[in-house]
Design a protein around this ligand. Sequence first.
Ligand code: NA7
Length: 505
Amino acid sequence: GSSPQVLSVDALVVGAGVGGIYSTYRLVRAGLNVQCIDMAGDVGGTWYWNTYPGAMSDTETYLYRYSWDSDDLRSYPWNRHYIYQPEILDYLRHVVDKHNLRKHMRFLTEMQNASWSDQEKTWVVSCSDNLVIRARYLINSLGLLSKPNYPDIPGISSYAGKLIHTARWDDSVELAGKTVGIIGNGSTGVQVMTAIAPKVGRLVSFQRHPQYSVPSGQGTVPDGYREQINQNYDKIWQDVWSSSTAFGVPEVTDKTMDFSPEERNKAFQRVWDQGNGFRFMFSAFGDLTTNSEANEEACKFLRSKIDEIVKDPKKARALKPRDLYARRPLCDTGYYEIFNRDNVDIVDLRDTSIESVVPEGIKTADGLVHKLDVLIFATGFDAIEVACSGFPNMYIISGPQGAFANFPVVIESEVDLVTECILHTESKDKSKRVLEVKSEAEQQWSDLCDKLVEGSLFKTTASWIFGCNVKGRKTSTKFFFGGLNQYRNWAKNEVATGFPSFANP
Ligand code: NA7
């Protein structure tokens, strides 16, 4: 073919989501020549791709944003406790435009291959469009949940109706009046079902593992709410940065079983009424994720709520989990309530599994063929599968074994460290501008991550958090469960002590 177009820059940022935008901002501000690319048609990352009905953040709005533009934080308009996908996308576009970052970005451009030239101390990255980008630093900000996971069910290609994955939504798919089947009832499935139930002809959830969900407390914020947040923002961020989960919820240490059944019930009811999944898991008691007896108390409370809300006992039975409350905590805007609608039904795959997809719909093991006009896969992602060791001057934002906490805050903390690493490298003689994480440091971190999950009940459920959701993937510790605060302390110490975990190879 024709010879490629070659672009030489100081830093290449791959991905223009929450992490890529902030990386670009920091490195441009530091005086580097930066190119950011994304295979998508615009900025947004996760929020570019996940446009399914009901898509929203389940972090409260005042924390689902960057902390570093103090004016913007206080003036950019929002009016609900949680923001929907189009609003998040607007916000990210606004940040990019306000800080003039678009001129550093190139879309519909995919990184295809990257190799390090030891001689030139440069990454040589080939991209789609016959483009080669040469850069001293490579920052991968590809997202931890970006590759859609398709279930391993025979017959999918034979399906004659409309098939759609939530992470590749297509607005032209007509739902009104149609019979819609959905596989997947995690964060995504719960949101999409709640949103479409009133619009579709019939909705059938093919459910393998029900999950516990609590009300989010969504709604327009009351008068004075924003003003109060604005006045306290500095303190709010200090608290978030020194917290473990960064969700802005109190992280209490009380032990569940030290309290009477009445007191326990009252505490669970209080966080249920306040809303938010992380609040329910971490603000009533401090041991739900480590003590199974305590956890079972939360389960009992949540199962009783399902029985209370869902009128049809058969549906209620199907919706009640039998395992522990030990997955990423969900919250919703009326999920259990939709099952009181006549047009919403549930097939409990614990009773009868999916045998195959057939042209008409889904065939279950009991021999029934469920006819479907549309089949939605809310089946999640092939999460956090990236290589990392032995790559000089390469960094991964939200890569393996990052902190398990509110992602925008985690991402910001990671980008801050990466920027410090790059500035440190830049301060060196031109021929020595290389920094690479030591393999012993990497091993130590990995061992620490393994140690921290010992005793965590999250290990007892099979979810993407340990890579158990995709067939053939090795189960591993994909997160650092020491808390955001501990990560930030570690990072601070790295910077203050001259990057002891890194070396100039
Ligand atoms: P999740 O949380 O990985 O949920 C995927 C769902 O899809 C879950 O209910 C799975 O059931 C279900 N699933 C996957 N494969 C199958 C098959 N083959 N048959 C039946 N059911 C299946 O993905 P989400 O998109 O909801 O959320 C991911 C994260 O994005 C979330 O944590 C937020 O941080 C944002 P299972 O439980 O495995 O039985």
